[in-house]
Design a protein around this ligand. Structure first.
Ligand code: FAD
Ligand code: FES
Ligand code: FES
Length: 587
């Protein structure tokens, strides 16, 4: 059984085709047509809705509300909403029962009306959800600040910045109104909220109070959410959803996942579904057995390994860990690598990347849209093995390692001893699965072919921390600035000698240039031991055709790809020279 709230109302479902998307459920099962279907592939944002993870599923012990987030309901499985509250545009308006004279629109809705942000109206519910999400999270943050005494105790409704608004609506397309009035609505909604507080026109919490009241009254039911009980034996594991021969499982621990994959090695592993959702909506695939990873908090943790110890942290502990990290500059050699659970979404990884790999974090503004980044995961991006995935070339340049787990009993004889021996926690060396940690560069074998076998999954990614002599540059080429897949992507990591004059080590990750993401070994070789000057990069760029022979496709021609990547390599050289000059001048 899955359980969730939809617009404040509790739902439990156990008999349903597991391939049912949220949008299909809303429109065809609930006849709730305020959410629109445009592209059906996550690109247009017409189907955007808001959700909030409910307390019984929250990783932290904090009583603070979890943030709202938006997602594309067209490609999200309904089962991903297990333990969540879903909100659609019609829920945002204040309950007319409280204001019989008129239904009071949410400030984001009222602002769209006031600023003429809608013409045909097809895109409007999606834009409203993206703006309302920004508004509500902003307000939640301010309420938390007020609680902590950093304001006067009264929550205020400050306007988000122009940039915040543009980022919030970057996954929504409008074909007729144009964006100026919509951005204006974003800039206006805060004032509407402020006016209401001043007028005491309406209870302060338009959406949250209704949601939390409903949640509170049903919290017991939520706790009973019928995800997998870890004490179950594999033979007695119950699917959360089933219809005919189709089944969907929602394990809550890696142990349960291991058991399930041993029994169902051919099952489809479902993380955020931002790639897989399209298999349903575009290719009409009806997945027979699905194992959903979203409830396994262990796959959403990250850890910082010091040379002496390694400890695990959930996302709520990030602030503490990050401050430890800040202090660690006194003792650089203690810090080794960051480990990210494969189930971490882009959004969950962002604050950690911002602290440690700012160039990597900056790319996220150009990776997909907020709706996709809230759902899509690190493991999904790597396992999908798309030659144009954004993360693999960067992880290759960082010399990341990948932790794989093979649960299919038929794969027991594949190098398991060595792999299992690496695992310190394996007391009896009798694990019913095989672990291996390999360089990411060995993971991709051929187009969409990887080291993953039936019944295998990615546990985590290990990323060495950047050292003082290392420099990272990332360039993505796509037709649209936001929410567009790369035509090509270049990630260059250069390690300089102690005097900063020579290139000691170079790693150049490429995406969109071959059937798999790969390292440009000839270009790298050409840079080794070379002086830090532009000519070194010009020479290295000439070696590119020895590394790759790209294709011509709808995104770019072969010639363009080669030319642009060569120019980008030289650009990285220019950036590096400038960066080191600035460092020298300021020291
Ligand atoms: C509109 C849109 C825009 C996009 N833009 C970008 C972009 O700019 N850059 C980019 O790189 N990608 C982009 N994507 C692709 C996608 O969002 C990413 O690849 C995302 O990281 C996939 O993660 P997921 O959790 O949604 O994967 P899913 O769809 O759940 O799974 C993808 C594949 O990975 C497998 N899988 C997932 N997790 C694991 C695991 N832990 N172990 C083993 N196998 C696993 C699944 O079985 C499946 O084969 C875009 C997608 C859409 C729809
Ligand atoms: S309908 Fe276009 S993103 Fe969902
Ligand atoms: S109002 Fe028509 S598409 Fe946006």
């Amino acid at each position: 059984m899955i359980s969730f709230y939809l617009n404040g109302k509790y739902h439990e479902i156990s008999h349903l085709n597991p391939n049912t998307t949220v949008l299909e459920y809303l429109r065809l099962h609930e006849h709730q047509t305020d959410t629109k279907e445009g592209c059906g592939s996550g690109d247009c944002g017409a189907c955007t809705i808001m959700a909030q993870r409910l307390p019984s599923h929250v990783m932290s012990d904090s009583s603070d509300s979890t943030p709202f987030y938006t997602f594309n309901s067209c490609i999200a499985l309904l089962s991903l909403m297990d333990g969540h509250h879903l909100m659609t545009a019609s829920y945002l308006a204040d309950n007319p029962a409280h204001h019989p004279e008129r239904a009071l629109l949410h400030p984001a809705q009222q602002a769209m009306v006031d600023c003429h942000g809608s013409q045909c109206g097809f895109c409007t519910p999606g834009f409203v959800m993206s703006l309302a999400n920004l508004y509500e999270n902003n307000r939640m943050q301010q309420q938390q600040n007020a609680k902590q005494g950093s304001t006067n105790g009264e929550s205020s409704y400050d306007d988000p910045s122009y940039d915040d608004i543009v980022a919030a609506i970057s996954g929504n397309l409008c074909r007729c109104t144009g964006y100026r009035p919509i951005i204006e609505a974003g800039l206006t909604m805060g004032k509407i909220g402020q006016q209401r507080v001043a007028d005491k026109t309406v209870a302060k919490d338009l959406t949250i109070s209704l949601a939390t009241d409903a949640m509170a009254s049903n919290s017991d039911a939520l706790l009973k959410t019928a995800s997998l009980d870890t004490s179950n034996k594999a033979s007695t594991i119950e699917p959360a959803l089933a219809e005919g021969s189709r089944q969907l499982f929602i394990p809550k621990t890696v142990d349960a996942l291991n058991q399930l994959l041993a029994v169902y090695p051919q099952a489809t592993i479902w993380a955020g579904g931002t790639d897989l959702g399209l298999s349903i909506t575009q290719h009409l695939v009806d997945h027979e057995v699905i194992i959903q990873l979203s409830a396994i908090d262990e796959l959403k943790t990250w850890s910082l390994s010091h040379s002496k110890s390694s400890s695990k942290h959930d996302s709520k502990a990030n602030a503490k860990l990050l401050s430890e990290l800040d202090n660690s500059t006194d003792n650089e050699e203690e810090v080794q690598e960051l480990t990210f659970g494969a189930g971490m979404t882009y959004q969950q990884m962002l604050p950690i990347l911002e602290q440690n790999y700012p160039e990597f974090a900056a790319l996220f503004a150009r990776t997909a849209s907020p709706q996709i980044r809230n759902m899509g995961t690190l493991g999904g991006n790597i396992a999908n093995a798309s030659p144009i995935g954004d993360l693999p070339p960067i992880l290759l340049a960082l010399e990341a390692r990948i932790h794989l787990r093979h649960c299919n009993p038929n794969n027991r004889d594949m190098g398991g001893e060595e792999a299992n021996a690496k695992d310190e926690n394996n007391e009896h060396n009798q694990k019913p699965y095989i672990d291996e940690i390999i360089p990411l560069s060995e993971f991709f074998i051929d187009y969409k072919k990887t080291k993953l076998l039936a019944g295998s999954y990615i546990v985590a990614i290990h990323m060495p921390l950047m050292q003082a002599n290392q420099h990272l540059f990332i360039h993505k080429i796509s037709k649209r600035y936001e929410d567009d897949i790369s035509a090509c992507l270049v990630a260059v990591r250069i390690d300089l000698s102690a005097d900063g004059m020579t290139i000691d080590h170079a790693k150049i990750g490429l995406g969109g240039m071959a059937a798999i993401p790969l390292l440009a070994k000839n270009c790298q070789q050409a840079l080794l031991g070379q002086p830090l000057e532009l000519a070194s990069f010009e020479k290295a760029a000439k070696a590119l055709p020895m590394d790759v022979s790209p294709l011509t496709d709808v995104r770019a021609s072969r010639e363009y790809r080669l030319h642009v990547v060569q120019r980008l390599l030289i650009k990285c050289g220019k950036q590096l020279i400038k960066e080191t000059q600035t460092e020298r001048e300021s020291s």
